[in-house]
Each structure stands twice: as C-alpha cells, then as structure tokens.
Design a protein around this ligand. Structure first.
Ligand SMILES: [Zn+2]
Length: 462
C-alpha cells in the first residue's frame, strides 16, 4: 500500500483519531494518535517519525497513568488526544496534557479503575513509522468462559430477533419443519459450563423451517459443542486493504458476526469470538482463548490479497507439520503471521504478555498429526460449501505454518473468504447479502463436518 493511501484510510477509519502532521521542537513530528478501546484492553498509540523517549509511572489514588515524553515538546499535538477518548471507554475516564518542565510533555490518563499499564515502543514495520504504545489491561484479565456466556446470551437473542423479523416480513418462504428436534444435551458432570448454560438458557424453541431447510437434519450430538470464531486482524492491524479502501479487519468481523448468530441459533452450540470489536488481539491470545473454553473447532476468517488484481476465489488453509503445500501457501502464512508485528505485541512485556510468548513457543511441539488430520477434514467440508457459493482459488485445502492454527487438539482452519484485492470481490465482501451467504456456507460446512465426525466426550478427541 502506498503511504498516501494509508493516510487517507487512517483518516476515514472509525476509532482513528488524528492523521495530522504537527511540527514539534527537535524536529520530531507526530504523525498520528489513535485510541482503540475494547473489553480486553484499551490501547493508545502515538506514531512519530523518530523514536520518542518516554518514562511512565502509575498512581493508585485516584488511579491514573502518567507518561512523560522527554526531550520533545508535543503538548499542542497531544492535546488532540483529549477529545478523542470516548466517554464509554472501559478504562480511560479522561486525558490531561501539560508541560511538565521545558522539553518534557506530560500525558496523564485518568482511569476508571486500576489497570496494568504497559508502555512500550515499536520500531517501524509495514506502513508504520515509530510507535509509542500505551496499553491499559484490567488487573484481572477477562475470563474467556464468562465472555463466552455473555456473548451467547447476546447473540442468541439477536439471532432470535433476526429470525422473527424474517418470518414477520415474509422475505423467505417458511418450509415445513422436517426431522425431529434433537434431544437436549445432557449436562456433563465434567463440564460445569455446559451445566450452567443448561440451567440458565431457556429451552430452545423448535427451529423454524427456514434454518432447517438451509442446513439439513439435526446432528446427533449428545453434548454442548463450542466453536471459536476468529475474525482476523483488528485495531492497529487493518489486514489487507482493497483498491476501494475496504479493510480486511472490518469485512471479516461482519462475516464472523453473521456466522456467530447462525451457529448460536443451533441448539446445543455455543460460540466464542476471539474479538468482537475493532481492536488488536495477538495471535497466541486468539489460540489461548479457544483453548480456555475447550473449543471443539476453530475457524479463522480472513480476506486474501495479492499483487495481481486478477487473483480471486475462496481458499481454506490448515496447519502443516512439515513445510507448506505450495509457495503461495507459505507466502500467505508469512503474511498472516506478521499480524503481531503490525498490530504491535509488547515483546518485553510482563505478566499477561509472558503467557502469550509461552504459548507461541511451545505450541508447535504440541500440534499433533491427529489435529491436522481433523483440520483437513473440516477444511474439506468448508471448502466444498465455498465452491457452491463462488469460485475457489485452489481446489484443495492447502497447508502452511499459520501461527493462529496451532491450538493443540482443536481442529483449526483459516478461511480466505475472497480476494479483497480483486475489485469485484472487494465489492462482494462489503455486500451484506454476500456476507450472509458466506456465513451460511461456513455454517453448513461446519455442520457437515460435525455430522461426519461428531465430537467425542470431553477430553477425548473423536
Ligand atoms: Zn488476513
């Protein structure tokens, strides 16, 4: 992407604050200030044309983070940040800027609660220059299981409302319901979350003929299954960008939400989204979230890009034990694995971030041939549905070393839904109808996989 394109995009992106160029003393220039609020953490990014020395400390009463930018006077430029923090930011209550002493600008973030503040610098990568990042993590990281319950409560009611609206508006014919309703899942004593959900979730209404006609008869699954949906990129990492300015991170989140609503409407299925907003999630954290809820399946959703605008079609990738299945697959895995650098991981960080490093370090050893075998079956089931929807880029499931697919014992696939670099496919990716068709194809593919390979008892992969 050319530099002026990125600047244009940054200006138009929601959540992006400022793409002005303000001179400061000593020749340093503030290129951009961005804030990414999310339930997981809030990130403040300052982008400059030179490295910016900074020190920081936290104060507990009232809670605040103080960052001093030394040898430079950015007071005027930093003032833009004040207006950019949203009132509903989970962590930041307000921002104050002052001249602490000559040549030192002081930024004070007044907080709504005590946080684990991580302040670190990122060297230039991709289209970014020098970045100074302030991450505000909750002292108690959100529990993925609690998140899972909350997400399903939200999406089940949303899916129900959408179904009701469809039925009321009569936009689709109501086919008679076929097949018998599946028996409710037996709460498994070894799965307290399933039990909790069973007790608190109202009995699922018999599904309308609409959903039944789309996906076929019920599955014979006698326990709750958990599916992790992973919308690629987010926050500082826009992913690939189409010729019309469409960002991969936005369209894949839209498709993921549609898929989530479909899957959550199935009886006995529950869904975890690794991100449900515009913020950056490190690759290992995505894997860790799926593992924390003992996901039965992991599906990472992306949109492809290539230097040639002619490349088009969907493709599906799984992990490879040794080597990539093609030069193209290796290239793509390298591209996707750069997400941590573009998005910005605190390599020197402590506590939570240490867990991320640990996971990424050992995962390759824990990846088993069985995981890859199941991932290939899942990938084949999904690719066959994608082939019904539109052109496929490659007729078979491809393999390469994608970091996000390294969850031990969880069948994991990465779907490149379409080429965002292809002008027509970029149009389609933005189209709500296509997004829904894509979600439906993924839904049916997942269903067909579970039909052929029902999940076994917990702790014993089928
Ligand atoms: Zn991607």
């Amino acid at each position: 992407m050319r530099e002026h394109d990125r600047r244009r995009l940054l200006k138009s992106a929601p959540g992006v604050l400022l793409a002005v160029t303000l001179p400061a003393v000593h020749g340093a220039t503030l290129i951009g200030v961005r804030v990414w609020p999310s339930p997981d953490y809030t990130r403040v990014t300052l982008e400059l044309d030179t490295p910016l020395p900074a020190t920081h400390f936290t104060v507990s009463d009232p809670p605040r983070v103080v960052v001093d930018f030394e040898g430079i006077d950015l007071t005027v430029a930093l003032r833009e940040l004040v207006a950019r923090v949203q009132a509903d930011d989970p962590y930041i209550a307000g921002v104050r800027i002052g001249q602490n002493r000559p040549g030192v600008a002081r930024l004070v973030l007044d907080l709504k609660l005590a946080v684990d503040a991580q302040v670190f610098a990122l060297t230039p990568v991709g289209d970014y220059r020098h970045r100074m990042v302030i991450d505000l993590y909750p002292l108690q990281p959100p529990d993925p299981i609690v998140e899972l319950i909350a997400q399903n409560a939200r999406s089940t009611s949303a899916a129900q409302a959408a179904r009701n609206a469809r039925i009321a508006s009569g936009t689709r014919p109501a086919a008679p319901s076929s097949g018998s309703a599946s028996p409710p899942a037996r709460p498994d004593a070894s799965d307290p979350l399933a039990q909790w959900l069973q007790e608190r979730t109202p009995a699922p209404r018999p599904q309308s003929g609409i959903a039944r006609a789309e996906v076929g008869p019920d599955l014979r699954v006698d326990r709750v299954v958990t599916i992790a949906i992973d919308p690629g990129h987010g926050g500082e990492d826009p992913g690939a960008i189409g010729p019309g300015g469409t960002m991969e991170k936005e369209v894949v989140l839209a498709i993921a939400r549609r898929l989530r609503d479909r899957l959550a409407a199935e009886s006995n299925w529950r869904v975890l989204m690794t991100r449900d907003g515009d913020f950056f999630v490190p690759l290992a954290t995505r894997v860790r979230k799926a593992a924390a809820v003992s996901a039965d399946l992991f599906i990472s959703i992306h949109a492809d890009a290539f230097t040639s605008p002619e490349a088009r079609g969907s493709s599906v990738f799984v992990l490879s034990e040794r080597g990539a299945s093609s030069v193209g697959a290796r290239w793509l895995a390298n591209q996707e694995n750069r997400a941590d650098q573009i998005g910005g991981v605190n390599i020197g960080g402590a506590t939570v971030r240490a867990a991320d490093r640990e996971v990424s370090g050992v995962l390759i050893d824990l990846t088993t041939a069985a995981q890859i075998r199941h991932s290939r079956r899942l990938g084949t089931a999904v690719l066959s549905e994608l082939g019904q929807l539109g052109p496929v880029h490659k007729p078979a499931v491809e393999q390469a070393a994608f970091a996000v697919l390294k969850a031990p014992d969880i069948p994991s696939v990465l779907v490149e839904t379409a080429f965002i670099s292809h002008p027509q496919e970029e149009e389609k990716l933005r189209d709500p109808l296509f997004q829904d068709q894509m979600a439906q194809a993924l839904h049916i593919g997942i269903r067909n996989y579970f039909r052929a390979h029902p999940p076994g008892p917990r702790g014993a992969p089928a």
